[in-house]
Design a protein around this ligand. Structure first.
Ligand code: G16
Length: 553
């Protein structure tokens, strides 16, 4: 260990052996808490981020996380390393808490070099759960692949990191502190974000809806980061009844549950919304770091793909988007529901690989205003990350304007644009070898699949999705195997880039219908023969031994 000093604070240079496994996935580096607690592991990744930034000296960074187990310890380490590495200022969410969209907003608002967000999103927390680190760049968006690749190369060769040995560093009380030459500004995590929301939406109209006697809502914060944001905005500012926000207190282990807003994990919300009598008119949930959303009506679930399409079709009702949209985008596995709306509205609709980072260039170049993914993420040009609470407010604003129910709005949408039945089947914790063999087989057979009949379906095209970014022409290959049938139904296979245990195979299945008589089917029934086709094309049972998925959404 070498030492130096700055303003009488000693800087230690700690020698380490390089870690070879710090490759960021779909959204930052996600590992188990236990892995992050390995001596020098977190420090090595943070130093790699710092080393990738030529302009770090004297720069401002935003820092915060979703409050999960190890969040506070990680904040302490990062503050001590930032000082040692010459960072000029850190703007820190009080108690180390910031939602992902709020952090993204702060980066651009305060013209920071970037931000470090501590979260493993919807993955479980606690000592036996997951932890994660994401780096957002100056545009408030996730680091692009070129940068995450560079960070990975740096980390694979990193032999030392710098840190000061003062602790604890202030993080709980709002105010400015000096640590060596670095300023730490601890700010209210909610204030700036809530001001931004009030500039986008019609708060007066939403407030009238939320305070009317015949309207009630339930927002499930899943004991994760959106609790304080939702309580402040929905209850305190907009007047939703007290108790409308459930599981609102962020807990380090999310109360022992998965902070994943879907029909499986938002159990309490789903029970409330599917009550035979007296269910609220509107239900919603957000995830660990506040960037995902699930939307429900009384006895009704809105698929994320439909939600994006409906938001697009109704964007003119929202003050910030009333002058029109530049264009829209969806990730490739997301259903084509939004394409139908874009076509009718004369908008460009871009198809990107999975991962929010792929929307960034389009947003920066003003090519799109709204974008979204099947994985419960929707966002707009207001920040460069997906935004859970923003989507909830968007829906509330639509409801306030249309004075209609969620279910009726969705049904009217289907009647006008047709219905895209959609499901995702996940096979989790597969041995890497089985998943690899399954994909090798799919790739080997791809060329022979075209024009082949399966059950009642004929394959029109089959390929491995390659994305050429229309803005910088960067190429991303192998973004999923895509099988498109002659009736435009689709089956997509890809491996998740966010899991921490084994491989997760995701199978996305979609069918488009326009016949009103076919709108009332159960989704799994409507897609039954395509599901069987998917299982047989990939020989899922043969390669994995699994006869059914672990999770269906
Ligand atoms: C992240 C990404 C999303 C992606 C999702 C699922 O979301 O930001 O773009 O759709 O993971 O990715 P995968 O299918 O590779 O697991 P989050 O909310 O987990 O940060």
């Amino acid at each position: 260990m070498k030492t130096a000093s700055v303003s009488n604070i000693r800087i230690n240079t700690i020698k380490i052996k390089p870690f070879k496994d710090q490759k960021p996935g779909t959204s930052g580096l996600r590992k188990t808490v236990k892995q992050f607690q390995v001596l020098d592991y977190l420090q090595a990744f943070i130093q790699s981020i710092f080393n990738s930034q030529a302009e770090l000296e004297g720069a401002t960074l935003i820092l915060g996380g979703d409050g999960r187990y190890f969040n506070r310890e990680a904040v302490q380490i990062i503050l001590r390393m930032a000082t040692a590495n010459g960072v000029g200022k850190i703007i820190l969410g009080q108690a180390g808490i910031l939602s992902t969209p709020a952090a993204s907003h702060l980066i651009t608002k305060y013209e920071a070099l970037g931000g470090i967000i501590l979260s493993a999103s919807h993955n479980a927390g606690g000592p036996l759960g997951d932890f994660g680190v994401k780096f957002d760049t100056a545009n408030g968006g996730p680091a692009p692949e070129s940068l995450t690749d560079e960070i990975f190369i740096i980390s694979s060769n990193l032999r030392e990191y710098k840190i000061i040995d003062i602790s604890p560093v202030p993080m709980d009380k709002i105010g400015q502190y000096k640590l060596g030459n670095m300023v730490i500004e601890v700010i209210d995590a909610v204030e700036d974000y809530s001001k931004l929301m009030s500039e986008i939406f019609n708060f007066d109209k939403i407030s009238r809806l939320l305070t009317s006697s015949d309207f009630s809502m339930c927002f499930d914060a899943m004991h994760a980061v959106t609790g304080p944001y939702a309580t402040s905005i929905l209850e305190d500012q907009l007047g939703a009844r007290q108790g409308s926000v459930i599981r609102g207190r962020p807990l380090p282990n999310f109360g022992g549950a998965h902070p994943d807003p879907n029909l499986v994990h938002a159990e309490q919300l789903v029970e409330t919304m599917y009550r035979e009598e007296g269910a609220p008119n509107f239900g919603a949930a957000s995830d660990g770091d506040g960037d995902r959303n699930m939307i429900m009506g009384d006895y009704f679930f809105v698929t994320p793909s439909d939600s994006l399409a409906i938001m697009t079709a109704n964007a003119h009702l929202i003050p910030a988007y009333s002058k029109g949209l530049k264009g829209v985008a969806r990730s490739m596995p997301t259903s084509e529901a939004v394409d139908k709306v874009a076509e009718k509205m004369g908008l460009n609709c871009f198809e990107t690989p999975t991962g929010w980072k792929f929307f960034s260039n389009l947003l920066d170049a003003d090519q799109i205003t709204l974008c979204g993914e099947e994985s419960f993420g929707t966002g707009s040009s207001h920040v460069n990350e997906k935004d859970g609470l923003w989507a909830v407010l968007f829906w509330l604003n639509i409801l306030a304007e249309r004075q209609d129910s969620v279910e009726h709005i969705v049904r009217q949408h289907w009647a006008e644009y047709g219905r895209n039945y959609y499901t995702r089947h996940d096979y989790e914790k597969l041995p890497f070898k089985s998943a690899e063999s399954l994909f090798n087989n799919l790739h080997d057979n791809i060329n022979q699949l075209s024009q082949k009949p399966f059950n009642q379906h004929t394959i029109a095209t089959a390929d491995s999705f390659t994305y050429i970014d229309p803005i910088d022409n960067s190429i991303s290959e192998n973004q999923g195997v895509r099988i498109i049938f002659d009736d435009s139904s689709r089956i997509i296979f890809r491996l998740s880039g966010t899991g921490t245990e084994g491989a997760t195979l995701r199978v996305y299945i979609e069918k488009y219908v326009t016949d009103l008589a076919q709108f009332e089917l159960d989704t799994q029934d409507a897609l039954k023969s395509l599901i069987q086709t998917a299982e047989s094309i990939a020989d899922i049972k043969g390669y994995t031994g699994r006869t059914e998925p672990t999770v269906i959404t």
